[in-house]
Design a protein around this ligand. Structure first.
Ligand SMILES: Cc1cc2nc3c(=O)[nH]c(=O)nc-3n(C[C@H](O)[C@H](O)[C@H](O)COP(=O)(O)O)c2cc1C
Length: 238
């Protein structure tokens, strides 16, 4: 099984998103998956110009010469594609949005109706990877991921695929905090992430128990909120 992560954080390897991705991939590798972790911030991805040449003059190929050909090939040749992004203004990061816009060559222009009678574009390829979403954000509650949850369901539908698992991490800014008292909480979460990685390879989904553990706050909201406010005070010299 090939799992490819497309990471849209501008912080790349050092980001909180990648902190989650790395543990998840460790579990997946132990379970036998071949994995690749791609940092989109290190790739050249120019914004879509909306010419639709990829649907007419050069079918399946974008006219822009950058790293997207290589990325699309990696996407199509994966069994599971992981969209990994920090939450930016209740949405995906700009880097991730650019990447997703440039994926339209993977579809044909022609319309068809899906099983619910709703239009989408026809397939260009026989098979598309299943989708896993990984995100983290600065606020603590799960409700901040409402838009992302719906967005990736819609994207998967458009891509003739499905979202098989999601990891949404509130309180993301403490994942890499250098505080001894935080270590046990973070280590516990890392263990859950590795279990999640193993489960996705074995069962193509997370167990109910794992889902529940993944959504638990790392620390109680009130401590996180007061800690965050104190740290901004310090940052601003108050
Ligand atoms: C431009 C910008 C917009 C953000 N918007 C949100 C947001 O809407 N909600 C939220 O909870 N956190 C928001 N954050 C915080 C990030 O999600 C958080 O810092 C996250 O840990 C970054 O992940 P990364 O290290 O992988 O980039 C935002 C951060 C930036 C820089």
């Amino acid at each position: 099984m090939k799992i490819t992560v497309f990471n849209g954080s501008p912080r790349g390897k050092k980001g909180n998103t990648n902190f989650i991705v790395e543990e998840f991939l460790k579990g997946a590798m132990i379970a036998g998956a071949e994995t690749e972790n791609i940092f989109l911030a290190r790739k050249k991805i120019i914004g879509c110009v909306g010419c639709f040449d990829c649907w007419s003059k050069t079918p399946g190929k974008c006219i822009i010469k950058d790293d997207m050909d290589e990325l699309i090939e990696k996407f199509i040749n994966s069994d599971i594609a992981v969209f990994a992004t920090p939450l930016y203004v209740d949405n995906v990061s700009g880097i991730m949005k650019n990447f997703m816009d440039r994926m339209i060559p993977i579809m044909e222009p022609y319309f068809e109706k899906d099983e619910n009678g709703e239009c989408r574009h026809k397939k260009r390829y026989d098979k598309y990877p299943k989708i896993v979403v990984i995100s983290n954000c600065g606020f603590p509650e799960q409700s901040h991921f409402q838009v992302l949850k719906l967005l990736f369901r819609r994207i998967a539908r458009n891509m003739h695929s499905e979202v098989i698992a999601e990891i949404y991490r509130g309180e993301g800014e403490i994942l890499q905090i250098d505080l001894l008292m935080m270590k046990p909480f973070i280590n516990k979460y890392k263990k859950v992430l590795r279990v999640a990685g193993k489960e996705i390879v074995k069962d193509m989904k997370f167990s109910g128990k794992t889902k529940e553990k993944l959504e638990k706050p790392l620390i109680p909201y009130r401590y996180y909120i007061s800690g965050a406010n104190k740290s901004w005070d310090k940052e601003n010299g108050n």
